[in-house]
Design a protein around this ligand. Sequence first.
Ligand SMILES: Cc1ncc(COP(=O)(O)O)c(C=O)c1O
Length: 383
Amino acid sequence: MEHDDFILMLPGPTDVPKETLEAMRRRMINHRADEFRRLHEQVLEKVRKVLGATSGDVYVLTCSSTGGIECAVSNLIDREDRVLAFVNGLFAERMTVAAEYYSDYVIRVENELGTAVTVEEFRKEVESTNGIDVALIVHNETSTGAFNPSVQEISEYCRKQGIVLIVDGVTSIGGYPLELSKWGVTAFVGGTQKCLAAPPGLAIVHVSEEAREKIRKKPKRPHYFDLVSHEEFMKRLETPFTPAITLFYGLDASLDYILERGLERWYAAHRQGSTAFYEALEEMNLRVFPRQQFRSRTLIAARLPDGVQDVQLTKLMKEKYGVLISGGMGKTKGLIIRIGNMGLVTPDRVARTIRALSKSLAELGVEFGEVDVDQIVRRAFSG
Ligand SMILES: Cc1ncc(COP(=O)(O)O)c(C=O)c1O
């Protein structure tokens, strides 16, 4: 890590390796020449590894992750399509709103906050309609810390039923192993500034071969995000419009950093970090927000103790201990704290965050026994 005066333990952006910062100091290159084509090709190859994408198309778009969602939704939803949207938090809500721009038949299914739709519930909802064309789910709902462990089963079900499944995987990519081609996910959107420890400003979009067909037949497609046009340009490893070259350098360096150390190790660190956090929360008598079976390893959410306000706590942690975490958002605002266990997840960073949290809570008058941070972290990272 480059800086240690403060650490970003936010749900994005996260700290990036110093190699990434270095890479982003390079001079500009012509995006219609071989220099960019080579960079683009190697980024795509590395992104495919992280996605487990052995088929279909992968795009790295110059826009934030929300642009990636807009791209998937606008290329895959027609006005008459019946869309089933599972809403379990703010990001699911946002994807639903995006879908409502393109379809007149969006059916919302509200899931309790801190949960995610199971395959049984999904199937039941589909069967209760007269048939649907598209379904929307969030893999890791960052506003509540609920991870959906059923994406593979849901995807396999959708494939059999001929349902287009669009998955917001913005905060699962890099934190959880993905095998998108095997699972048969129609479209998946990943973020760069989260578990990939890369800068913000790019979105990763994967579409399956079936999706490609549907997109080609679509009567009306968007302009900036037209995936047929992106596909055409991709034949010569270019993008239709000027790409954010600096961010491509950054993403490439972060992917190298991850892949050189090994994806399995990277995922293990996310798992181990979350084990330490959940254990520490228990020691501090903080209630984990999502239900047990949906606890995310990349976003740790806990209810605020009585009498403590999120702003007080996050300010103290930042100013006194140099650790940046977040409060809730949307319906969880004022209710929870959110810690990003994303990207550079190391024993030191996790320990520093737990220490800052416990000391800050104690200073704010919350009572709990001694928290043996070193032991919690050592145990978690040896498991
Ligand atoms: C699950 C999820 N989806 C979408 C987004 C939107 O990302 P961006 O702010 O990069 O557009 C976020 C950002 O936190 C997210 O966590």
